[in-house]
Design a protein around this ligand. Structure first.
Ligand SMILES: Cc1ncc(COP(=O)(O)O)c(C=O)c1O
Length: 428
């Protein structure tokens, strides 16, 4: 028995099977774009720890800042103020879309979504939420209620939060209205209007929540005109617009947030994953006028804004800024999309290549266009056996998601894409 298989066997005894891991891979070390297993095998990691390690594993600036904080104190809870947490909030507000300048820190993406939903209800005094099919917002009950990327995430947890409705996400490759991309008339916006006409009145809706780039649901960037239309619709009815940028935020799309890329500013932003390079931290960010209507004690946390996680957030934000990683991300993203589109010409298995920055989805299909989930899993295993870690998403698990660290080198990216191309040949 290897050390890896022994650890996996121990995990299987110690943990509930509810916890799903993507690969049977144990890591002993992480270095930049690489993970190393206990047997010394090296893997290029295109998962970035599920879109978290935007600076790669163990970035020296993050580690230095964290060490310095560890030496002073590690916890403040809801008891004392501290400068590290304040500085992290100030930096996040600068990176956030224009006007979103106040922060509430928590620990996970789901918690940020819960905070955003609670804030919207509190401020509007309205009960309802509209979310989009395919959206993934987390595992807590409120977040699951707005999640619809797969029915299995909701099954047997009913009743969920009431007064939640789902409208179709503008997933153009498989348009829910059967439209062609070239002649799209944004029927999905009409669908939303219809929901507001027939199912729930606008005056009952606190917020619309959407991932501007669908993550778990299949790596689908929403069309810009759709998000602009959504913004107008919300303004018209006094509905708050929540962007869940837990996955698309913190530089992943080549902008701090996809909101800036689209030029559409939400009222409330949920942030997590990439914010602190692997330390548990998340945030609700909103305009001061909104936040100021949330009085002391209306929401709270013990661990949120932990100073060690905030030290990591400071180093993360400063490094993305100082090392020009946003333009670098856009450049690498364009290069990767071009390479993958060239591969698509040769491989009918690739139905669509899509994405923004380094948040790229490759949708694999069967000959008649059906989702090719099993082929996707085979390809991931093939790549892993040759030292490349890729994870998948989409309701049929047929979309490869390429989310390398923004710090990946040209050579590492090249090596990954070459191996992926070989894997596609092998699959064919
Ligand atoms: C868009 C989005 N929102 C929320 C979450 C939930 O985050 P967490 O797992 O940290 O609770 C995720 C996790 O993948 C996500 O991708």
């Amino acid at each position: 028995m290897t050390e890896s298989s022994e650890i996996i066997a121990r995990q299987e005894r110690a943990f509930t099977p509810a916890l799903h891991l993507y690969h049977p891979l144990v890591i002993a070390r992480g270095e930049g774009s690489w993970v190393i297993d206990p047997e010394g095998r090296r893997y290029l990691d295109l998962s970035a720890g599920l879109a978290v390690l935007n600076l790669g594993h163990s970035h020296p600036r993050v580690l230095a800042r964290v060490r310095e904080q560890l030496e002073r104190f590690v916890h403040t809870g809801g008891v004392y103020f501290n400068e590290t947490t304040v500085a992290a909030a100030e930096l996040l507000a600068v990176a956030a879309p224009p006007g979103l300048d106040q922060v509430f820190f928590s620990n996970s993406g789901a918690e940020a979504v819960e905070g955003a939903l609670k804030l919207a209800r509190y401020v509007t005094g309205r009960p309802g939420f509209i979310a989009f099919t395919g959206g993934f917002h987390g595992r807590t009950l409120g977040a699951v209620s707005v999640t619809s990327s797969a029915a299995r995430y909701r099954a047997r947890y009913q009743p969920l939060l009431p007064v939640v409705y789902h409208a179709p996400y503008p997933y153009c490759y498989r348009c829910p209205y059967g439209c062609q991309q070239e002649s799209c008339t944004l029927a999905c916006l009409d669908g939303l209007q219809e929901l507001l006409r027939r199912i729930i009145t606008p005056a009952e809706v606190a917020a619309v929540i959407i991932e501007p780039v669908l993550g778990e649901g299949g790596y689908v960037p929403a069309p810009a005109a759709f998000l602009a239309g959504l913004r107008r619709l919300c303004d018209e009815h006094g509905i708050l617009l929540i962007f869940d940028e837990v996955q698309s935020g913190m530089g992943r799309t080549g902008a701090w947030f996809a909101a800036q890329l689209y030029g559409v500013t939400p009222d409330i932003l949920a942030v997590a994953k990439g914010i602190a390079s692997g330390f548990p931290l998340s945030a609700v960010v909103a305009r001061r006028e909104i936040m100021e209507q949330w009085p002391s004690g209306a929401h709270g946390t013990t661990f949120g804004g932990n100073p060690v996680a905030c030290a990591a957030a400071i180093a993360t934000i400063e490094t993305i800024r100082d090392e020009g990683l946003l333009p670098r991300c856009r450049q690498l993203g364009e290069r990767t999309l071009a390479r993958l589109r060239a591969l698509q010409e040769r491989h009918p298995r690739i139905g669509e290549v899509r994405g923004v920055g380094l948040m790229i989805g490759v949708e694999l299909v069967e000959t008649a266009g059906q989702p090719a989930g099993a082929a996707c899993e085979r390809l991931m295993a093939w790549c892993r056996e040759r030292g490349l870690i890729i994870i998948n998403c989409g309701p049929e698990r047929n979309v490869l998601r390429l989310i390398p660290p923004l710090t990946i080198t040209d050579a590492e990216l090249e090596q990954s894409l070459a191996l992926l191309a070989e894997g596609l040949e092998a699959l064919a």
